[in-house]
Design a protein around this ligand. Structure first.
Ligand code: SF4
Length: 140
């Protein structure tokens, strides 16, 4: 995950907005670098920025745009953005390691969901078996 994605995830986590100085501290980068990352997110129209004051210092309050967030989710495999998001390389997708890795994460996430469904189904079957056993014992 690159810094831009991490910054965006931090902003998304704070539904009421987060001060820009919190982001650069959390990412352990300097404020100028953070400003460049924020500018990229603003240019992509993913966030909004308001002037604010944090601990007496002038900073910006950043918020994720909800309607864009939903579209952004489609580009995520777990916490990881699609490798093609913002990619400007000339590419041959069939040979791209980044894309293969992202697809691998999609598969891993899907198998995790399948495992969860299987566990729920197994628990339901066990509960049915238990009820059948109880009914059989009462009938005896
Ligand atoms: S397939 Fe690879 S090179 Fe092509 S756009 Fe996606 S990440 Fe970039």
């Amino acid at each position: 995950m690159d810094l831009e994605e991490e910054a965006y995830n931090i902003i998304r986590r704070h539904k009421d907005g987060v001060f820009q100085n919190v982001i650069w501290k959390e990412l352990d980068i300097d404020s100028r670098k953070c400003s460049r990352i924020v500018k990229k997110l603003l240019d992509k129209d993913l966030i909004v920025r308001e002037v604010g004051v944090s601990n007496g210092a002038r900073t910006y309050l950043l918020k994720a745009k909800e309607e864009v967030k939903e579209k952004y989710d489609l580009l995520l495999a777990g916490e990881m953005f699609s490798s093609c998001t913002g990619c400007s390389f000339d590419c041959e997708p069939e040979y791209c390691g980044k894309l293969s890795e992202w697809i691998g994460n999609l598969r891993a996430e899907e198998s995790g969901e399948l495992q969860e469904i299987e566990e729920i189904e197994e628990a339901e079957e066990n509960e049915e078996d238990f009820r059948d056993q109880e009914e059989a014992e009462e009938g005896v």
